[in-house]
Design a protein around this ligand. Structure first.
Ligand code: SF4
Ligand code: SF4
Length: 368
């Protein structure tokens, strides 16, 4: 199967082509208006950005999606789920306050905000998927109950999954904290003592206080660690290490969760990927590094696998930015996220997504 992926380049600068106009054009071209029925409660699944992060998809874009949903007959709401770790989005109150600090409210974004897994992340349903790693997955109640969904993703790097796009926004993003823990179980790091200088960087960023300094060296308590990966990016010596042989399990679990998030909504889910501000790490990070490639554009598709495959190819088709977090793979065609996270195999998201029937890795790119 070949899936259609619609693309609006950031380079198409014409007087009547504001970036937000492109969102509306993509919405129509991709046929999202046909996926929404009159009176639908339509979840707009996004990431409001951790406090301190600046590269989440901005409210001005999201407003265009919300308005287009309303024009299609739907009643949109903006939504995300609680994080597994502490930080600024670990319950609905903190999450909504962070979202509002980032400019998301009814007047700016055109739709109410509802945290999909409830006040403390306890509102979810179990969905039977019967896949290789997981028989059931936990999907946030507000996502499961929505009639239709538009998934708005910022496409960027990720220290353990390689990159984050539509699949990760579905899999990790639609799960309550207990579902995120199911996925992270295989991904807890340890400290290589011989490389640790005792700088304390890992302890400073660890949201769970699982990384502690003892006798001038760091140690990670596996009972407390939630596998969020923040200490991987923070260590200047590369001393916080994952067991990379287990990483495929982590990535495949994300994909299985993504399958569960759209199950029962066949033909009722659309995806936007914003391939702009392509940072090395995800929007869960409490800061934003500079981009590793120039802005590419905005993509829309009904297929989460195809849109991620196309986004990845477009990123890799760019010349890498010298002086950014990209340490290698600067040339056109080279795998940019491997140039930041050499061990993380993001392509497995696409390969396994196709294998379990989430979508197609083959796509036709249609410029609008
Ligand atoms: S992965 Fe690292 S930062 Fe995250 S909880 Fe574990 S020790 Fe802390
Ligand atoms: S950040 Fe790295 S070098 Fe610094 S204390 Fe932690 S493990 Fe050791």
């Amino acid at each position: 199967m070949v899936s259609d992926v619609y693309f609006a380049s950031m380079m198409a600068k014409k007087p009547d082509e504001y970036e937000v106009v492109r969102v509306r054009r993509l919405f129509s071209a991709a046929g999202f208006d046909d996926q929404i029925q009159e009176g639908d409660l339509t979840a707009i699944k996004l990431h409001f950005g951790e406090r301190g992060n600046e590269t989440y998809v901005k409210p001005g874009f999201v407003r265009q999606v919300a308005d287009a949903v309303k024009e299609s007959g739907g009643r949109p709401f903006l939504t995300d789920t609680a994080t597994l770790y502490g930080g600024s989005r670990n319950n609905a109150v903190n999450h909504l306050l962070t979202a509002m600090e980032h400019g998301f409210d009814l007047s700016a974004a055109g739709a109410p905000l509802i945290i999909a897994d409830g006040l403390l992340g306890g509102d979810y349903v179990e969905a039977e998927i019967g896949k290789k790693h997981l028989d059931t997955v936990k999907i946030a109640g507000g996502v499961a109950a929505a009639d239709s969904m538009i998934v708005v993703s910022h496409f960027k790097g990720h220290s353990m999954a390689g990159f984050g796009g539509a699949i990760k926004n579905l899999g990790m993003g639609c799960a309550p904290p207990s579902g995120k823990a199911d996925q992270h179980r295989a991904s807890k790091p340890a400290v290589a003592e011989e490389r640790c200088t005792g700088c304390g960087g890992c302890a400073a960023v660890c949201p769970e206080s699982a990384a502690v300094l003892e006798g001038g060296k760091a140690w990670i308590d596996p009972e407390v660690c939630v596998g969020c990966g923040a200490c991987l990016a923070a260590c200047p010596e590369g001393a916080t290490e994952l067991d990379w042989e287990k990483m495929p399990i982590f990535i495949e679990r994300i994909v299985e969760y993504a399958f569960g998030a759209v199950m029962g909504k066949e033909g009722r889910v659309g995806f936007f990927n914003f391939v702009i501000d392509v940072t090395p790490d995800c929007d869960c990070a409490p800061s934003s590094d500079g981009p590793i490639v120039p802005d590419v554009g905005i993509l829309a598709s009904k297929d989460p696998v195809a849109i991620d495959a196309a986004s990845l190819d477009l990123v890799n088709g760019q010349e890498g930015i010298r002086g950014s977090a990209l340490k290698s793979h600067h040339g056109r065609g080279e795998d940019k996220f491997r140039g930041v996270w050499p061990e993380a195999d993001g392509r497995l998201q696409i390969k396994y997504g196709e294998e379990i029937g989430l979508g197609s890795s083959r796509y036709r790119l249609i410029e609008v």
